[in-house]
Design a protein around this ligand. Structure first.
Ligand code: ADP
Ligand code: MG
Length: 321
């Protein structure tokens, strides 16, 4: 199977009739993307490298899912509606047993979000998957990291830490029963991007970021962008029953510095509490309030009793020494 046959077989699909925002899909030198009147184009890229972002043991269908999910999560954090994406793929070989399920997992998530694959590039090389996603958001309404204000509540969607727990099991640092392991493994390999929640938070949240590198690190980015500080309750951070059954040290590591959560962290004025809860209920995603924004810089982590929690956790950094 050659390069062009591979593209035609696995990645060239007719643009769905009625697809929003796509005038021309795969097959020409460029795709044509048309945001609706009054909308801004939201653009994001995320690359997945074998051994770095995923283990060679991951099922190809889940890899296809995750490669797109992490990009849709960035659009969600901005409150954007996904339109289209491109796929740049380096593959060791044109392997049917990999490509068929990979494409299946990728397109299943794409269809679930009504987003079209409009182009890409395919080359031989070490397995590497780079997706660029395009979304649209009403002019001036994108959720940004820079909008948090003193007095705002801090919120997070879903549950934190399961993906990190799965990683610790793969590393041999933690042992779990088969069912528990499957639960946390699914969190790591099949994250659900919070696209509907992100859109529902437009006009409600003052700032937002998606959690990819661990809560403390990602919250740090939001605080720095907004020029504010925060106090957070480590015990209030939502976690699964599987994680809640582990030692407190492991729980804290996983919820505070876990990584790969792909939940939304956002701020909203205290006067908007019931509106935030109503918006979350409407889209069927649980949200939890776990802290507050301060005018003074710095992040203070406390437990339920208000005692300081060791807060040396850092966000993931590929080039950290
Ligand atoms: P060019 O050489 O002009 O960049 P290519 O020969 O690389 O074009 O690709 C041919 C067409 O197939 C283009 O429309 C490109 O966007 C698309 N394409 C290539 N690889 C992929 C892929 N992995 N997924 C989707 N579309 C792809
Ligand atoms: Mg090309």
């Amino acid at each position: 199977m050659g390069e062009f046959e591979l593209i035609a077989r696995y990645f060239k699909r007719a643009v769905r009739p009625g697809a929003r925002g796509v005038a021309l899909g795969v097959g020409d030198d460029c795709a044509l993307v048309v945001p609706a009147e009054g909308m801004q184009l939201a653009v994001t890229t995320d690359m997945l490298v074998e051994g770095r972002h995923f283990l060679s043991t991951v099922a190809p269908a889940r890899l296809g899912h995750k490669a797109l999910a992490v990009n849709l999560s960035d659009l969600a954090a901005c409150g954007a509606e996904p339109i289209a994406f491109t796929l740049a793929l380096a593959l060791p070989r044109a392997d049917e047993a990999f490509l068929a399920p990979f494409a299946e997992g990728l397109f299943a998530l794409a269809e679930a979000h009504g987003v079209e694959l409009v182009g890409g590039d395919t080359t031989a090389g070490p397995l590497n998957i780079c997706i660029t996603a395009f979304g649209q958001v009403p002019r001036g309404q994108a959720l940004l990291r820079s909008g948090a204000r003193a007095g705002d509540d801090l919120w997070v969607s879903g549950r934190l830490g399961d993906a990190r727990m799965a990683l610790e099991v793969f590393r041999g640092a933690v042992a779990l029963g088969a069912t528990e392991f499957e639960t946390v493994r699914e969190a790591m390999e099949r994250p659900q991007p919070r696209v509907a929640l992100g859109r529902a938070l437009r006009g409600l949240a003052t700032s937002a970021i998606d959690l990819s590198d661990g809560l403390v690190g990602d919250l740090g980015h939001l605080l720095a962008s907004s020029n504010v500080g925060a106090v957070i309750d480590a015990d209030a951070l939502p976690r699964s029953t599987v994680l809640a059954a582990q030692s407190m040290a492991l729980q804290r590591l996983c919820v505070l510095a876990g990584g790969d959560d792909y939940e939304l962290l956002f701020t909203a004025p205290a006067s908007s509490r019931s509106a935030v809860e109503a918006a979350a209920r409407l889209v069927g995603v649980p949200v939890t309030r776990f802290g507050a924004i301060n005018a003074a810089a710095g992040l203070r982590v406390v437990d339920a009793a208000g005692r300081a929690v060791e807060s040396g956790w850092r966000g993931f950094d590929h080039f950290a020494a």
